[in-house]
Design a protein around this ligand. Sequence first.
Ligand SMILES: *Cc1c(COP(=O)(O)O)cnc(C)c1O
Length: 241
Amino acid sequence: MLGGIQPQPLAHASDGTLPLDVVEAAIKPDDAHFARTRLLCLENTWHGRPMPLDYLADARALCDRRGLGLHLDGARLFNAAVAQGVPVRDIARHFDSVSVCLSKGLGAPVGSVLLGSAALVAQARRWRKVTGGGMRQAGILAAAALHALDHHVERLAADHDRAARLAAALSALGVEVTGQHTNMVFVQVAPASTASLVEHMARAGVRLSPGSEGKLRLVLHLDVDDAGLKRVVDAWAGFRG
Ligand SMILES: *Cc1c(COP(=O)(O)O)cnc(C)c1O
């Protein structure tokens, strides 16, 4: 409402990309009846999937050709870079602006940053003030974020490895694993037994937040080590749904 923005969600393809022909078809004609189409927003990773690098280049080309800005919701940008074995710059360079979460996988206690040109960040600071988002004495949090950037990026590979091991272990228990990408594992359980699974796991000290219709997303991060992984698998193995 504050930005006068009218979002237009588009369906993802199964590889997590927004097909660029669908994006292009959604660009509104220059007509007073329509909102002006100004910005394409992508998310990387999406449901844990890193976006193909050549897709990002193609998206950039489309935005250049049609006069759109390109923003990345890169909450898990570092997971994508580590999984693809590229410097984060190889992903970020296609975008005009990027947001990154320093908590989540990177393990800082709180915090996200918006990256862009000096002019964009100056404008963003103004909007942050307008929306009451300013925070004083935030340096202590910034220090934790710098620590995360210095020490917790390469280790994301360990989360990805644990996610693969968790997926394999749950599959071996007969759990329906519907996907595993980077640090995320998706499983489908019988909707009727979800509540008893959540209760059973809670007794073992593992808290699950059930999604709708028995869909669960399990996410690995800095605070889940091999012992934690084992605890989840052992507890699940003891579940008689
Ligand atoms: C967590 C998350 C955000 C928001 O992060 P904040 O820390 O609240 O800024 C945005 N996009 C995705 C995909 C996320 O997972």
